[in-house]
Design a binder for this molecule. Structure first.
Ligand SMILES: [Zn+2]
Length: 471
């Protein structure tokens, strides 16, 4: 052949080798991205990125919800790790009875996993058992399970375990924490923790009787700060006071989970209409009056979010699935152009819609993939692929959204895997240069959060080489 004589034998061999490698790579990619050299490269790089986790729910150590009463005393066990996880959303699990021995629980519980094996809500915890304990939970034997349970209990005797797993194994440098157990205590428990101001209950504040938890009540907050709440105007002043207090204590953003309670459709209601509900008990109000009050407060919170420079994290998608489509927020987003909106969970299952909103409002919308790989690994992959096509790469963040060390480790590992797969696939098919892919991975895991929350930079500690230790 003519081209043959222009090439030396050595070039011929290298061209042939490259061709074989290319096809092998393509074939492997079609089969399993995680078996490709590019995946392994990206995964290694992502593992080395000290992550900024923009969403978690890590309780104070002595109040972790995974703590059980065991025959060895109060502590964290295997049952606690599963019960206090997303696994329980739709999968069965034998209850833990206070004080029983492990074998008694396990003989019932071990059969509960059989229909859950493929679900992400089961699988996201597996990397923790594999990497932190060397146990393959899919095929765990009775003896291994008993030993695993014992080691978990031993680890949690010392808070250092949590410190080690979060900051060293999961390689998280800073973690936003949404303290839904004490929203207006405005306190933190861990040196890596970033305070989030959860504003969910404030929308329901038409009457003090709405609040059963003192640390969730704007009325208790007012009392503590010597403020009176006799009128709607007083109430609105208390809200501003809370914004100042939250900021004083280091809060960097707002968070709402209203999607668990109601539709995300918020009308632009007049103050007069909202005021009609104020000072009246829920039983005396119609549904429409309550909605009008909530809608008004939500718009007010968006204004205050801009005024106090606290970007607004909004739970979108799966909670209630009726009325949680992020598209319902579009009018609110458009009218509040100075408010920075962060759409949570990719709006699952509306990840495409979430991308479209970010594309349409590039100046004030960010997306956060927190929880998404844990809900559906495959949907998260699709979301990262699509989002990188429809928005600038500095718009995407991530968070583990869990309650204990093992959950946080598993969710973090799931995110790093998912991202590594997406980047490897794009590079292998020639749609992204290696160096750009590397940068994107670092942006999503870390840099984008620091760009949106530059006040966190002085809190970075990993570059000093020190380790965080419990007090
Ligand atoms: Zn959450």
């Amino acid at each position: 052949m003519r081209w043959h004589c222009h090439l030396s034998l050595r070039r011929c061999v290298s061209v042939l080798a490259a061709t074989v490698l290319f096809w092998a790579g393509t074939f492997a990619a079609a089969q399993n991205t995680r078996a490709t050299p590019s995946y392994r490269r990206f995964k290694q790089q992502l593992d080395a990125v000290p992550a900024i986790d923009t969403h978690d729910h890590l309780f104070p150590f002595d109040r972790l919800p995974c703590i059980e009463e065991t025959n060895r005393g109060r502590g964290v066990n295997l049952a606690g790790l599963w019960h206090d996880s997303y696994y329980r959303r739709f999968n069965p699990l034998a209850p833990w009875k206070a004080g029983v021995v492990f074998d008694e629980w396990w003989k019932a519980a071990k059969h509960d996993f059989k229909d859950a094996r493929a679900t992400s809500f089961y699988r996201y915890q597996l990397p923790a058992f594999q990497d932190l304990y060397g146990v393959d939970f899919d095929s765990v034997t009775d003896e291994q399970a008993r030993e695993l349970d014992r080691r978990i209990f031993e680890n949690y005797k010392d808070q250092r375990w949590l410190y080690h797993v979060v900051t060293e194994r999961a390689n998280i440098e800073l973690m936003f924490n949404d303290p839904y157990w004490a929203r207006y205590a405005f306190t933190t428990s861990y040196p890596w923790e970033v305070l989030v101001f959860n504003v969910t209950p404030l929308t329901r504040g038409f009457h003090a009787s709405q609040f059963t938890q003192p640390l969730d009540s704007p009325y208790e907050f007012a009392k503590k700060h010597g403020l009176f709440v006799d009128s709607f105007d007083d109430y609105l002043k208390v809200l501003e006071h809370m914004f100042l207090e939250a900021k004083d204590h280091g809060a960097v953003c707002l968070k709402t989970t209203l999607a668990y309670q109601r539709t995300l459709s918020f009308d632009n209601v007049s103050k007069e209409r909202a005021e009609r509900a104020f000072g009246r008990r829920q039983a005396a109000l119609t549904k429409a009056e309550i909605k009008a009050f909530e809608d008004f407060i939500m718009w007010r919170l968006c204004e205050l979010s801009a005024k106090y420079e606290l970007p607004f994290q909004i739970h979108t998608g799966d909670a209630r699935i009726q009325g949680s489509n992020p598209m319902l927020l579009v009018d609110l987003i458009e009218a509040n152009s100075k408010t920075k909106f962060i759409l949570f969970h990719g709006g699952y299952p509306w990840v495409g819609e979430t991308g479209a909103i970010a594309m349409k409002y590039p100046a004030n919308v960010w997306v956060d993939s927190c929880w998404l790989p844990t809900i559906s690994y495959t949907m998260a992959k699709r979301a990262f692929h699509e989002w990188l096509e429809v928005m600038p790469s500095n718009k995407i963040m991530w968070g583990a959204d869990c309650n204990h060390a093992e959950g946080i480790y598993g969710a973090t590992e799931f995110t790093r895997r998912c991202l590594a797969e997406v980047l490897a696939e794009r590079v292998d098919r020639g749609d992204l240069r290696e160096a750009d892919a590397e940068r994107i991975g670092r942006q999503i895991l870390r840099e984008n959060a620091l760009e949106l929350f530059p006040q966190l930079r002085p809190r970075l500690w990993k570059h000093t080489g020190k380790r965080l230790q419990p007090p």
